[in-house]
Design a protein around this ligand. Structure first.
Ligand code: ISC
Length: 411
């Protein structure tokens, strides 16, 4: 556990204000891990900087962690190896106001970061540039491999080996120049007000992860209200004429209803394991997630009323990875994924989000995301399969999921 007493913080509202871009560039140039995010339906944006050369890998125990940002890979037994960015510096952007909380920690990274911020603030403001062009450089056999894995999965499910598995694929695009990720973040926030939008810089891996995810994994707010969701089933939010559909126009097939019900059942099984009966379940309802629609049920627990302050941590351990990204039974699905996917999921379908920031923790399933390495972006998308899945349709679904980020990058 980290002792926050070592890191006293000063809280001031600054008058010569750095922009999010100045701060991001300073973190990027000086190799300080950083996370920029905006919670669903909230106006303010947050940026934290971790002053340190190595990012700790810690158990995701929400009660023990200081303020920061957690990022977990898909493969993370018991959530013990969760990357954790400490909020050594925390900036909150609300309209034109910047609220700054910077720890007095003294080390090489902190000094380099502060100097870089001063230098970038003194430099003439750079003019916004047009988003760079990009081209699809995915492997030509990606679709064939994906569809073969879907066919194999449905055959196994028909034999009764599994009930559900989520198979993913990648799409690689090459940018003409390195994209401005802060500009892309702002565009994603505007396009998807109900999504959790984030950009995370991991200098050890030389990777920037960008996402606009619709799926809450575990939240505990300042009043001790715990939330999770069951999200599955996918269709376009637009009709054949390109018109945005009403949620009431969404028609769901038996396959999609069952796919979502399995995720809900899995959540209820987790509650049962800890003998928790006092939860509220609402839904399923049709929810809009950017260019897509999903079926969604909300689960809520008042942790104060049930006297269960660690519920967030306990459920995080039980839930991850849910059957929205893995499958059922979980271990069989995990083994199938390991053998049939040709890429490493890395942080895709893990979880990420702020921990103990303003007395709240909000962790989301890391989907609708991409990994940026220099000028190359790898997009990840998965499809929940049941025995009724049709390979070409599932491929098309992953194409639509990639569009969540691509259409904003194209804008
Ligand atoms: C695994 C993904 O989405 C999940 C969440 C919602 C709907 C899903 C589906 O319909 O397959 C997936 O379970 C992804 O976007 O990569």
């Amino acid at each position: 556990m980290l002792n926050m007493e070592l890191y006293p913080t000063s809280s001031v509202t600054v008058y010569t204000q750095p922009t999010a871009l100045d701060l991001w560039r300073a973190a990027y140039e000086t190799g300080c891990p950083a996370a920029l995010w905006r919670l669903p339906n909230r106006p303010e944006k947050h940026l934290i900087i971790h002053f340190g050369d190595e990012l700790p890998q810690l158990p995701a125990d929400l009660e023990d962690l200081p303020a920061g940002f957690a990022v977990s890979p898909f493969h993370n037994p018991d959530n013990e190896r969760t990357l954790f960015l400490r909020a050594d510096a925390h900036y909150i952007f609300t309209g034109d106001e910047v609220d700054e909380h910077v720890s007095e920690i003294e080390n090489k990274q902190a000094d380099a970061f502060r100097q870089a911020v001063d230098r970038l603030m003194a430099a003439p403001a750079s003019q916004p540039t047009a988003a760079p062009l990009f081209t699809d450089v995915s492997k030509p056999d990606e679709q064939r491999r994906f569809e073969a894995a879907v066919a194999e999965a449905t055959a196994r499910m028909k034999q009764g080996e599994m009930r559900k598995v989520v198979i993913s694929r990648t799409k690689t695009v090459q940018f003409s120049t390195e994209p401005d990720v802060v500009q892309l973040f702002d565009k994603l926030c505007e396009a998807y007000p109900t999504a959790f939008v984030s950009v995370v810089w991991l200098p050890e891996r030389r990777q920037v992860w960008i996402s606009a995810t619709p799926e809450r994994l575990v939240s505990v707010d300042a009043n001790g209200i715990f939330k999770t969701v069951s999200l599955a089933g996918t269709q376009s939010a637009y009709d054949a004429d390109g018109r945005l559909k009403q949620t009431s126009e969404a028609a769901w097939t038996q396959k999609e209803i069952e796919e979502q019900a399995l995720v809900g059942r899995y959540i209820i099984e987790c509650f049962k394991k800890i003998r928790l009966r006092e939860y509220i379940e609402e839904g399923p309802k049709t929810a809009i997630a950017g260019n897509l629609m999903h079926l969604k049920s909300d689960f809520t627990v008042d942790t104060k009323a049930v006297n269960f302050p660690q519920l967030g941590t306990v459920m995080l351990r039980l839930l991850h990875p849910t059957s929205a990204v893995c499958g059922m039974p979980r271990e069989t699905a995990k083994a199938f994924i390991r053998h049939h996917e040709t890429h490493d999921r890395e942080l895709y379908s893990g979880f990420l989000g702020p921990v103990n920031i303003q007395s709240e923790s909000h962790l989301f399933v890391h989907i609708r995301c991409l990994k940026l390495e220099g000028q190359t972006a790898t997009l990840y998308a998965g499809a929940g399969l049941t025995e009724d899945s049709i390979p070409e349709r599932e491929w098309h679904e992953t194409e639509m999921k990639c569009q969540t980020l691509l259409r904003v990058m194209n804008d």
